[in-house]
Design a binder for this molecule. Sequence first.
Ligand code: F6R
Length: 609
Amino acid sequence: MCGIVGYVGNKNAQDFLISGLKRLEYRGYDSAGIVTLNGKGRATLLKVKGKISGLETKVAKNKTTDKIGIGHTRWATHGEPSELNAHPHKSGKIYLVHNGIIENYKELKAKLKSSHKFVSETDTEVLVALVNHFYSDGKYPLSNAVVQALKLVHGTYGIAVVSELNPNEIVVARSGSPLVIGIGNNETLIASDASALVGHTKKAIYLNDGEVATVTADSIEIKTLNSQPVSAKVEAIQTDLSAIQKGGYDHFLLKEIMEQPSSLTETLRGRINREEHLVHLGGPKLSDEELKSIKHLIIVGCGTAYHAGVLASYYIEQFTPDISIEPVMASEYRYRHAHVPENSVALIVSQSGETADTLACLRDLKAQGVKTIGIINAIGSTIAREVDGGTYIHAGPEISVASTKAFTSQAVAMIMFGLTVAEAKGVKNSLLAPYIDEIANLPKAIEKLLKNAPESVKNLAKRYKKYDHAIFLGRDVAYPIALEGALKLKEISYIDANAYPAGELKHGPLALVDDRFFEFVFLPENNLYDKTVSGIQEVLARGGHVIVITDADDFSLPVESVVKITTKMKIFTPILMNLVAQLFAYYITVAKNYNVDQPRNLAKSVTVE
Ligand code: F6R
């Protein structure tokens, strides 16, 4: 949600700021801006409404040789996407970029109105005016002014600030919104996401909440808001350049779908003992006794991460009979008065590790004494740092806004966690072995599917792109796949897609069936196969346009379209079916000529509530 970059060193600042913003564009892409300082009191502030490519053109016409600057790509919260609302914002000699939300901006604005002429609708302009108020035109150090201002602020922020009067330093701070400081050779780089630093440096400091840093080309000084010095830990950036490039694909989304055999292999690496049918996860840091005592599992996530949790819950309860499992949407759960039973453990699921609602639930649950286990992709992210233990899914950077490979890895990682609980509880190995075998074989099965499916799914997508509405249906383990398939389709193709358990049709959704809708049905050959088939028949009897995804050889109903999946998998076929839905959403979006990787109104990593 929004991206921040900053540069101070001996190279051209505009070059780094633009290349960094391009890397962060997936975090927000409705407007952007940069400011650079020439060291002699002149600032070059350039802003555009729209994409970084527009900013790049503007920069090309206003090239400077400045060696210090900050930049921002925005996902609008306060005020429409426009040049006026784009960051950096200015007050006096100060420029500031901000991720997050200042909740008390209205009352602060009222107090600052006499000293600052507000030109935007943003909460950020209030913050820069406040910093300028304490800066008093350079009478006090910039970092002091920033600290004074932040002490009055309620909300979340990651900020970078520069002043025309201190053209050698950038002040950065965070509370609830990530900030990374990259250490280079006679240069210091700032980013809200380490991917902007890849290729420039491998050494980084991740700022913690409540910390403020003053950086120059060759120094970094970190303090808490209470002026306590912080000795920062320098960490290695593990991502390499190829992981954040398209690698020959037209879109990141297709790359990430096609990457799943290898991303899932990374999730499984070193964690499965095929011979003895055992799963080993070191990260959760729970003893056998603690695993054995678990009675209740809460799975917390948003969007796709939540759907992965729902899917995992269906599986885990199949082989771990004595625990109850409750997948919850973080945005709802954080405001519920949920009773957390004794011996509960919470799985906190997040690709980015920064999602505001998920983070809030994590903090609440921890405060209640619940053990929290992260199922996280982004290494070093806020949630990964705050959980009691965790299992990284190691799926690699996910750049496309729609989450695909993370879903598969999250679901499997959670199922593996469930298997470790079952093992500790003494569930018979013969019951668990088929799950473990299939998980171990899943990357190969995915690889096979991805070799054969894309062409036929592409044709299918062309046929259905004319529809404005879709209903996704599935039962039991296929229901979470219906939820996820509908989310994927709606978020990138803008087709109004909803998901229902197939058994719910008669309770309402059947009324929707008409020529404006198509029905996308997941039909694994399992104990509920015949019941789902009955549901399909009811839709057909009402003239529905039905697409069926199935692994059943003898499926023969006269539906409009069938995608047959040939696989030896029995238990995890829904995961394969989900890949068909991912490809379907992708190809329909391409056929409609929409922006696949950056769908309208959305952004990756939802760090605001
Ligand atoms: C959908 C999607 C979102 C995310 C959700 C949670 O394709 O990407 O629904 O899954 O915002 O994000 P993380 O996993 O980063 O917490």
